[in-house]
Design a protein around this ligand. Structure first.
Ligand code: IN0
Length: 418
């Protein structure tokens, strides 16, 4: 659960965190008994924590397909990410990965921690994949093939222009959007979405990850990973790694704000995609990561901490997003609130301020025009007094339970000794 300090500061995180914890406990008990499916679902929980719970509530047939798709992509990503593997070895594996998923005997040792286990025991993923319906298998194979080829292309190529950046993000995330749209359609509840808006769903998530993970990627051993496009960072520094040095703080934050402004372009398509989903479980599955992304962008914008350490939304806020996201009105509310937070951080002396504001206002107009913003709980925290009534009530209840428990124990002791 979130740290005690964080919960005391945000007492209304407590109930959503408790609900999330209970959902995780319940999901743990529901791990299938067959070894291959058991491996896949417990691995899913290890690599994606809260997101696994959202996958869990899809209908069983679609849930199995999404679980395998997710693990296949994580495995492909593990090969791409492992900077200790030479390009001559890595490229053929990426290109042939879509064939390896049909081979129960294939495995390749790489990655660390839980990703090493995923790679070592990949035969379980293949066994489960081979039990999916043909329609699902073909969609997963097609996307894995295109993604592997795209990743291979970028092993020997740097992300120079903004077009390269969009192309790279298309391979590693936009294609996930195309693949998921195919899986949703194959499950029978959704129409087949146009590729361009499916692509934007992935780009918005991936660009947010690339912004947030600057420091982790640049410090990667034995070799840095660089996904910020030169066309953007070269306006501020001569080398991408210079952004992390204290003497470049002002330029670093301007560059970061430029990157965030670039990511905001995709919001319109994402809202359109989500508004056209019909199945409530698929809707939740798609909407939660998108709200987390706009929340993360609001947190990262103008924040020098991105170049110093890990900047992440607190666990209690993640739990709140998971708890509250049920309808498109909830999405409009969240996008409106997080973009208001972002807007409040824009300094008009920033070189991209006007573009940033106009992209935020375009997104906010869509949210307002939906006519659903009223009567929704806001994510914006007003300056609350430190003697929050909910917190006092909570402390009082805990103390009363503790007192009752201790009194009961004392009575029992007396009974024994007398
Ligand atoms: C995802 C996406 C995802 C979910 C729903 C709809 C999508 C539509 C288009 C593209 C991607 C979509 O969501 C996950 C979210 C996730 O994994 N969250 C992690 C947190 C984290 O930081 O890793 C968690 O632990 O909760 C996502 O980030 N990606 C992903 C991968 C596979 C699938 Cl099937 C769906 C990764 C990426 C690169 C953004 C596509």
């Amino acid at each position: 659960m979130g740290s005690l300090k964080a919960v005391l500061k945000h007492p209304d995180d407590f109930y959503p965190l408790l609900k999330l914890k209970m959902a995780a406990k319940k999901a743990e008990k529901q791990i299938p008994a067959e070894p291959h499916w058991g491996f896949c679902y417990s691995m899913l929980h290890k690599v994606s924590r809260s997101f696994a719970l959202v996958i869990q509530q899809l209908n069983p047939e679609l849930r199995d397909a999404v679980c395998i798709f997710y693990l296949v992509l994580r495995a492909l990503d593990t090969v791409e990410d492992d900077t200790s593997i030479d390009a001559e070895i890595k490229v053929p594996i990426l290109i042939a990965f879509h064939q390896h998923i049909y081979d129960r005997d294939w495995h390749f040792a790489c990655g660390t921690k839980e990703y090493k286990v995923l790679m070592d025991q990949f035969h379980h993923v293949s066994a489960a994949f081979l039990e999916l319906k043909k329609g699902y298998q073909e969609a997963i194979e097609d996307i894995t093939m295109r993604m592997g080829a795209g990743m291979a292309k970028f092993i020997c190529k740097e992300v120079e222009t903004i077009d390269d950046y969009d192309e790279y993000c298309h391979y590693v995330a936009g294609l996930v959007g195309l693949g998921l749209s195919k899986l949703f359609h194959a499950s029978g509840t959704e129409k087949l979405f146009p590729d361009s808006i499916s692509n934007s769903m992935g780009l918005f998530l991936q660009k947010t990850n690339i912004i947030r993970d600057y420091l982790e990627d640049i410090n990667e051993i034995p070799k840095s990973r660089m996904f910020w496009p030169r066309e953007i960072w070269s306006k501020y520094v001569n080398k991408l790694e210079e952004l992390k040095y204290e003497e470049n703080s002002e330029k670093a934050v301007q560059c970061l704000n430029d990157m965030v402004t670039n990511a905001l372009i995709h919001i319109e398509d994402c809202l359109k995609y989500m508004s056209e989903l019909r199945d409530p479980a698929i809707f939740k599955f798609c909407a939660i990561p998108q709200i987390m992304a706009i929340g993360t962008l609001a947190l990262c914008y103008n924040n020098i901490e991105v170049f110093r350490g890990v900047v992440k939304m607190r666990r209690g806020l993640t739990a709140k997003v998971i708890d509250r996201t049920k309808s498109m009105a909830d999405v409009y509310r969240a996008f409106y609130d997080f973009s208001s937070i972002l807007k409040s951080k824009v300094d008009m002396s920033d070189p991209n301020a006007i573009t940033t504001i106009s992209r935020i206002e375009a997104a906010q107009k869509i949210c307002k025009d939906s006519g659903t913003l009223n009567n929704r709980r806001s994510y914006i925290v007003k300056n609350e007094p430190s003697y929050n009534p909910a917190l006092i009530a909570l402390i009082f209840i805990i103390l009363a339970i503790l007192y009752a428990y201790l009194s009961a124990n004392r009575t029992n002791k007396f009974k024994v000794t007398l």
